[in-house]
Write a protein that binds this ligand. Structure first.
Ligand code: PMT
Length: 215
């Protein structure tokens, strides 16, 4: 349903799992389907925001009224977000960004061998950088955890200077990666915690957009 909750606002949403190249045909990836981020982008657009979806590769159709920026790696996603940050009102980071990349990508396909050692180096933390350079923007991050969800979430919301964090326990069935439902807890920098029941990712997205409008 259309609303004007975010009329005249520009919202950046990130989605999907970044891909870190090993050689021209192989990459290191993760299990993100993009469903959570795409649902948020759709709801942001329905709430009247100019919505820019910065997406790692997915198989999903672009939601109506959403501007798509396609990226592959964490560093490409960082560049795409940072270059649009100043002009936006909010960023919602639902993407599963790889924490590591291969230090030296091979220029040609690596031939079969008995063992292969890859040296991984740390990727930038995009969200932390956004938090450090925040001026007027509202910043919403996600936390994919498998234990101590609330405790880790509370420390992430503060460490990354966020306005809200959406914590999901990705070890639960029907929550997290590559399913149509999610069970999340909204965590605020003041320590407030709002657990939400299991619901479709579309409904989770609606709750996140309402919470953003409240911020
Ligand atoms: O795409 P789906 O299949 O629908 O799955 C949804 C989801 C499980 C991917 C989503 O709900 C989710 O939890 N996304 C965040 C996954 C993640 O990377 O969590 P994290 O706890 O590792 O990272 C914390 C936050 O920092 C996230 O907002 C992440 O986007 C951001 N981050 C992480 C690493 C990094 N190098 N840069 C970042 O900006």
């Amino acid at each position: 349903m259309k609303t004007d909750l975010l009329a005249n606002k520009t919202v950046i949403v990130t989605a999907g799992g970044t891909q870190e190249a090993i050689d021209p045909v192989r990459f290191i990836g993760n299990r993100s389907s993009g469903k959570m981020g795409y649902a948020i982008a759709e709801q942001a657009a329905l709430a009247g925001a100019r919505t820019i979806l910065i997406s790692a590769p997915t198989n999903l159709p672009v939601p109506f009224g959403v501007e798509l920026v396609s990226v592959e790696s964490a560093r490409a996603m960082e560049e795409a977000v940072n270059s649009r940050y100043e002009a936006c009102d909010a960023v919602i980071m639902a993407a599963a960004v790889a924490d590591f990349r291969v230090e030296n990508m091979a220029d040609t396909k690596i031939k079969k061998m008995d063992t292969l050692e890859l040296k991984l180096v740390k990727n930038p933390d995009i969200l932390k950088g956004l938090g450090a350079n925040k001026t007027h923007q509202k910043l919403i991050g996600f936390a994919a955890e498998t234990q101590n969800v609330i405790e880790y979430g509370k420390s992430k919301v503060l460490n990354k200077n966020l306005d809200m964090l959406v914590a999901n326990d990705v070890s639960k069935q029907n929550a997290g990666f590559n399913v149509d439902t999610n069970e999340v807890t909204l965590i605020y920098p003041g320590g407030q915690v709002r657990p939400l029941p299991l619901m479709t990712k579309i409904d989770v997205a609606k709750r996140i957009i309402s919470a953003l409008a409240e911020l």
